[in-house]
Design a protein around this ligand. Structure first.
Ligand SMILES: [Zn+2]
Ligand SMILES: [Zn+2]
Length: 135
């Protein structure tokens, strides 16, 4: 778990954010929905408390990608920034590479490995969950 502050923003710099407190978890997601949303073979998230999270700069755009799921991104440059879902109340999942210092956030697990691209493998020794769960 990593202590705050957690500061980040998009590629063009228009949308920025900050959160406080300890991270809840940090994990790689292999699900198809995240892959489409980011265009990348995996998406890595840092979970912070929604109550400590706030946007700064311009307001992000939000896309309702599946029932109860909202993905926030910069309306100018398109950088994916955050994920929130009714299934995960109180959590804001930040896209790790939008944080100012990603080195501070080592992931501890892979989730949705049942959906991973077949050629994607890395020998990092972390836990692998076929869907979601406690990471
Ligand atoms: Zn931007
Ligand atoms: Zn996912």
């Amino acid at each position: 778990m990593t202590d705050g502050p957690h500061i980040g923003g998009c590629l063009c710099g228009a949308v920025t954010y900050e959160a406080q407190g300890k991270t809840r978890w940090i994990a790689h997601c292999h699900c198809n929905s995240c892959r489409r949303s980011t265009g990348a073979p995996i998406t890595t998230y840092v979970c912070v408390e929604s109550s400590s999270f706030r946007w700064s700069g311009e307001a992000p755009a939000r896309f309702n990608s599946s029932p109860g799921v909202f993905r926030a991104f910069c309306p100018t440059c398109g950088t994916p920034l955050a994920y929130e879902a009714e299934q995960w109340p109180g959590e804001t999942h930040l896209h790790i590479s939008t944080l100012e210092d990603p080195d501070r956030y080592p992931p501890t697990a892979h989730v949705y490995t049942a959906e991973r691209i077949s050629w994607f493998e890395c020998e990092d020794g972390l836990r692998r969950l076929p869907a979601n769960g406690t990471v």
